[in-house]
Design a protein around this ligand. Structure first.
Ligand SMILES: [Zn+2]
Length: 154
């Protein structure tokens, strides 16, 4: 019986550990690292109020990293003014940087976007974005940390 249980556990682990650099922390560790708002959005799938975040109107050049694990997720070149009050991008930095999953929590079906490395909630993606992808990655500022160009050369 023990062997059978181990088999199930291993299968679950293999499922979750698709990335070698995956970051997993306890709730307490995330709470320690993040502000209350960052925790609520990134770890509890909250949404910041429109026009309240620090990046919706930001036009600085650089890469937007995950606020939890620092994985690079979006670049400023793919950011555009969607008029929604949330930072919006037409594509992620790399197709492997984020994962998507169906979210029916608000009574409508939406596609949730999470950090592929640490599972942080980032926002949602909608099929009403601009060319060239037609996608609108509607993100929360609270889940992102902009590293402006030149700041990260060490
Ligand atoms: Zn992350």
């Amino acid at each position: 019986m023990a062997a059978r249980n181990d088999g199930v556990a291993s299968a679950e682990r293999a499922d979750r550990a698709e990335r070698a650099d995956r970051v997993e922390k306890s709730e307490a560790e995330w709470r320690e690292q993040l502000s209350d708002e960052q925790y609520q959005v990134a770890r509890e799938a909250g949404t910041e109020r429109a026009f309240s975040g620090k990046y919706w109107d930001c036009k600085d050049g650089g890469n937007y990293h995950c606020v939890c694990c620092d994985a690079p997720l979006f670049q400023s070149g793919a950011k555009y003014d969607s008029g929604t009050g949330w930072p919006s991008f037409f594509e992620p930095l790399d197709s492997d940087a984020v994962v998507t999953k169906s979210d029916v929590s608000m009574g409508v079906e939406r596609v949730e976007v999470r950090c592929a490395r640490c599972d942080a909630h980032l926002g949602h993606v909608f099929p009403d974005g601009p060319a060239p992808t037609g996608q609108r990655y509607c993100m929360n500022s609270a889940s992102l940390n902009l590293e402006t160009e030149g700041e990260n050369d060490s």
